[in-house]
Ligand binder design. Structure first.
Ligand SMILES: [Zn+2]
Length: 62
């Protein structure tokens, strides 16, 4: 099983992670990445931030 089979090389070339990425940038990057490539899992800290933001945006309907 080659580990590179799930790497979307084209997407990575088009979407490099900024070297000094802010939390916002990392969240945006991983949100896009998970939809376009499966070369690695989203870090738990990023997944938790996205969940937190989703629950905050859904506060209108408690
Ligand atoms: Zn990837």
């Amino acid at each position: 099983m080659p580990k590179t089979s799930r790497l979307n090389k084209e997407w990575h070339l088009a979407n490099p992670m900024p070297k000094k990425a802010t939390l916002e940038q990392r969240i945006a990057w991983h949100a896009e990445h998970v939809q376009n490539c499966a070369c690695r899992e989203m870090p738990p800290s990023i997944a938790a931030e996205i969940r937190k933001r989703k629950s905050e945006s859904g506060k209108r309907n408690p």
